[in-house]
Design a protein around this ligand. Structure first.
Ligand code: PRT
Ligand code: ZN
Length: 285
């Protein structure tokens, strides 16, 4: 039977979350990680473990059908791949940073300067878009030390918390791109593989939805129910069941993580009591 081949990072910042996403999607790997290839037990799927930089090329060549990799790497490599889904982890940005004591009047600062980066293509595109003429100096690692040792006037590098910049005496002055882990696929998959990939994507989405939502149960006096229902509309509409105590009901609904604390405050003001919030394992809507 035709199998799907998915490439993931062998080790590094994407590895744990990629494995977790597969596991939560019901995919168990037979011979564990640390190998070049692992076979899924209950889905027609092989996992290839690669360096993240190689993943776009392997997908483009058809060695892998799809893969999980940082969008920054996908953009830098420039292959024409199908971006299937943003996966919500390994979030970061590729930013321009300069020595913290330099004034920064705007992108003009970069004119005629030397900028170090491991992302020359993204940097060239950024400079072109801004109409800046600068020297692109490609280095493969430790970009953040380049200004300090006199190798460059500025850098374009990955920033997440910003602490690496601070500890190297740099300040972030502009963002070239935002990035997160993405599922990308070859553009010319045969139909059977496309169907398998859609199945996998359906599972990924159910897992992601469940992570972004909570199940909420609460007790409320009946006369407050219309207002409470407005605050927690749920997937279709909340379930309401009478309590043994007269005049009270139990309300069950689904609540999105990013509005969580606001909604809880409103519910308390509306007279809700005994609020329970429970994680959801999978969510299919
Ligand atoms: O060995 P392999 O080539 O597979 O891995 P790698 O060393 O090239 O990549 P890895 O594992 O470090 O990162 C993989 C992907 O994670 C990147 O391509 C990004 O998409 C994403 N990501 C998210 C990050 C960061 N956050 C991050 N903070 N990648 C790198 N960093 C580094 C950055 O280079 C800088 O040195 O962390 C430092 C900045 O962090 P802050 O928190 O101090 O700002
Ligand atoms: Zn890499």
């Amino acid at each position: 039977m035709e199998k799907l081949k998915i490439a993931i990072q062998k080790s590094g910042r994407l590895f744990d979350k990629s494995i977790e996403l597969l596991k939560d999607s019901g995919i168990r790997l037979q011979n564990g990680s640390g190998k070049l290839l692992s076979v899924a037990e209950d889905f027609p799927l092989d996992i290839l473990f690669l360096r993240d930089d190689d993943i776009p090329e392997y997908i483009s060549d058809g060695v892998a059908d799809a893969g999980i990799v940082g969008e920054n790497v996908v953009i830098e490599k420039g292959y024409n791949l199908n971006l299937m889904e943003r996966l919500g982890f390994a979030k970061c940005r590729l930013s321009i940073a300069i020595p913290k004591n330099n004034d920064y009047p705007g992108t003009d600062f970069l004119n005629g300067k030397k900028i170090a980066t491991s992302y020359p293509n993204i940097l060239r595109k950024y400079l072109e878009d801004k109409g800046i003429s600068a020297e692109v100096h490609e280095i493969s690692g430790s970009v953040e030390i380049a200004p300090g040792i006199g190798l460059a006037d500025a850098i374009l590098d990955i920033v997440s918390t910003g602490s690496t910049l601070v500890s190297n005496g740099l300040k972030e002055v502009d963002v070239a791109i935002y990035s997160e882990a993405v599922l990308v696929a070859n553009n010319n998959l045969e139909l059977r593989k496309k169907i398998l990939l859609e199945k996998l994507l359906f599972r990924f989405r159910a897992v992601q939805k469940s992570r972004n939502n909570k199940y909420i149960l609460l007790n409320a006096p009946n006369d407050r129910l219309p207002d409470i229902v407005k605050v927690i509309p749920g997937m279709k509409s909340p379930t309401i069941m009478p309590l043994a105590e007269n005049g009270w009901s139990s309300v069950h609904s689904v609540l999105s993580e990013n509005q969580f604390w606001d909604v809880i405050d409103q519910l308390k003001e509306l007279g809700a009591q005994g609020i329970l919030v429970i994680p959801i394992e999978k969510m299919i809507i």
